[in-house]
Design a binder for this molecule. Structure first.
Ligand SMILES: Cc1cc2nc3c(=O)[nH]c(=O)nc-3n(C[C@H](O)[C@H](O)[C@H](O)COP(=O)(O)OP(=O)(O)OC[C@H]3O[C@@H](n4cnc5c(N)ncnc54)[C@H](O)[C@@H]3O)c2cc1C
Length: 512
């Protein structure tokens, strides 16, 4: 039996971040991961013999630079692209536009089909550039205390500073931000742009992981958060981040155990943390535990019934985490092009009506046969992920319900795979007959493989109420009502995505 200062549950990128920061501050840290590999959702996998993904997810542009510096991840091999990666918005009519880091180049390519939208894009980026200081101040810092029953002078000062930052935008920009934030992303973009497929592609990130369609109120907030947080992509994708984090954790002295599933968080008689019990019965002791699995998994599955306070249990059970994303990985025996171009990142959507209709069935536990796709062809820049001359096509499929009434049988998954191939065939004629292998992961598979409650990719929906007090008011600042228990995963502020942000802010809260 060993004792540690703190045990971290889960070796995703946030668990690794928390563990490493604490170990660098001299704490004796154990990290336990239930799978036989580190990385959580960010881990690369071989899904067909000889074909690898660079992680389940695509976008790595949200990783916080301050965490990279603090953990010296570049010393451990992490490299960034010089800028945000290009993303191509595809239209089923054959048109496409590539959104580049260079706004003028993007605007020039939009001008080929709409002069109005070319100027609107510049104005849109100008607005984003102005507000990003305020948005990133909210996302890069611990959440302000907005508990009116317990407002200290220090928390009032923090709130006042945030108000001043907002005012510092100037009246025009501040009023625009206050006006657009509650809008639906369709209304917001309809006011600015005229080209349907462009609007659909720009709106898509607002809907990733959302139980919302383009015409749902408040969806603009998610778009603003995504756009403002996006910086440079990581070379080698999410797996490259995990490799560097693992090296940094080991160098800092973190003890890492994989294939070590926590079956229960163990409490002292007083109700404070005593440690964890692993599957198989081994108990390990520490007065602090930080859980990077979902808040629902932590409180509802790792404690016995009636062990935690009823009110806490009630509010945790009310966290909304209805998964709406599936994944299709394709092993293709040729170099895949989209609309005749060598493209790494692409989005489909076509128009708001199609996207809205794709979401409608989700409400009735049904699935669309025309989902919108977020496509990544990692072999476009890293040929080592597939045999020479072949491609990996990784597709995030949006608006696919976790609680599919028909059930996620093999037949249902095969139908989903077939639907995705039919859509891809529009942009890459002939792809269907070149597919050598296909992995289809339903939201239910996400839950089983990655312990994602209800298959939700962000450990809980990014809707405005669940962003302001994430995951619930009682656990807002990474500590919880259980003495010694902390949350350090994507279920906490500022939410999901590959950012390392919840992990680093939780470490700061623990050290405090
Ligand atoms: C399909 C998909 C696509 C996505 N696409 C993007 C994207 O493009 N860009 C982006 O920024 N974000 C994306 N996300 C979201 C992002 O991946 C997550 O928010 C983030 O990776 C979660 O990291 P984490 O470290 O907080 O948690 P996780 O990666 O979920 O790690 C938690 C770890 O805890 C382990 N664990 C759980 N229970 C136990 C237990 N009892 N004992 C021990 N270990 C346990 C799990 O095995 C897991 O390894 C996507 C997510 C998914 C699923």
């Amino acid at each position: 039996m060993k004792n540690y200062d703190i045990i971290i549950i889960g070796g995703g990128h946030n668990g690794l971040t928390t563990a490493t920061i604490l170990a660098k501050k001299g704490k004796k840290v154990l990290l336990v991961e239930k799978r036989n590999v580190l990385g959580g959702i960010a881990a690369g996998e071989e899904f067909h013999p000889g074909y690898f993904t660079s992680g389940l997810l695509h976008d790595t542009s949200g990783v916080r630079q301050d965490v990279i510096k603090e953990l010296q991840l570049e010393k451990y091999g992490l490299e960034f692209l010089n800028e945000r990666a290009d993303v191509t918005i595809l239209s089923s009519s054959g048109k496409h536009v590539t959104i580049k880091a260079d706004e003028n180049a993007t605007s020039a390519s939009i001008a080929k089909f709409s002069q109005k939208d070319a100027q609107a894009y510049k104005d849109y980026k100008d607005f984003l550039n102005k507000i990003s200081r305020v948005i990133n101040d909210l996302m890069d810092n611990p959440p302000p205390n907005i508990n009116v029953d317990n407002l200290t002078m220090a928390s009032l000062v923090v709130l006042a500073k945030k108000g001043l930052k907002l005012k510092g935008l100037g009246n025009k920009t501040m009023m625009e931000l206050l006006k657009v934030a509650p809008m639906s992303v369709a209304d917001f973009l309809d006011e600015k742009f005229e080209t349907d497929f462009l609007k659909a592609g720009l709106a898509a990130p607002a809907l990733y992981g959302s139980y919302a369609a383009p015409r749902s109120a408040y969806s603009t907030i998610n778009l603003l958060l995504w756009e403002c947080a996006s910086r440079n992509h990581i070379k080698g994708g999410p797996q490259a981040l995990i490799n560097a984090l693992e090296k940094a954790a080991t160098a800092a002295g973190v003890t890492i155990r994989t294939s070590a599933e926590v079956e229960k968080i163990v409490l002292e008689e007083s109700g404070s943390i005593k440690g964890v019990r692993l599957k198989g019965g081994e108990e390990i002791y520490a007065s602090k535990v930080a859980a990077s699995c979902t808040p629902k998994e932590t409180f509802l599955n790792l404690f016995d019934d009636f062990e935690i306070d009823y009110e806490l249990d009630f509010w945790i059970s009310k966290i909304r985490s209805r998964g709406t994303t599936a994944k299709v990985n394709l092993a293709v025996n040729k170099i895949v092009e989209l609309n005749g171009q060598n493209i790494e990142y692409a989005r489909t959507g076509n128009n708001f009506n199609e996207m809205e209709k794709a979401f409608d069935p989700v409400k009735y536990k049904e699935a669309t046969s025309n989902p919108f796709l977020d496509i990544h062809i990692p072999t476009a820049t890293d040929s080592s992920l597939a045999p020479e001359g072949h491609s990996v096509v990784s597709v995030l499929v949006h608006h696919i319900p976790y609680d599919f009434a028909e059930g996620w049988s093999e037949a249902a998954k095969n139908k989903l795979g077939e639907d995705v191939l039919n859509i891809l065939e529009i942009y890459s004629p002939g792809i269907k007959k070149s597919v050598e292998g296909m992995e289809i992961l339903s939201p239910e598979d996400f839950e089983q493989r990655y312990t994602l409650t209800e298959g939700h990719i962000y450990h809980g929906e990014h809707f405005v109420d669940q962003l302001i007090t994430r995951p619930i008011p009682a656990c807002l600042s990474y500590s919880t009502p259980v003495n010694g228990l902390y949350l350090c995963g994507s279920g906490s502020h500022p939410g999901g995505g590959i950012t390392c942000a919840p992990g680093s802010m939780a470490a700061a809260a623990i050290l405090k």
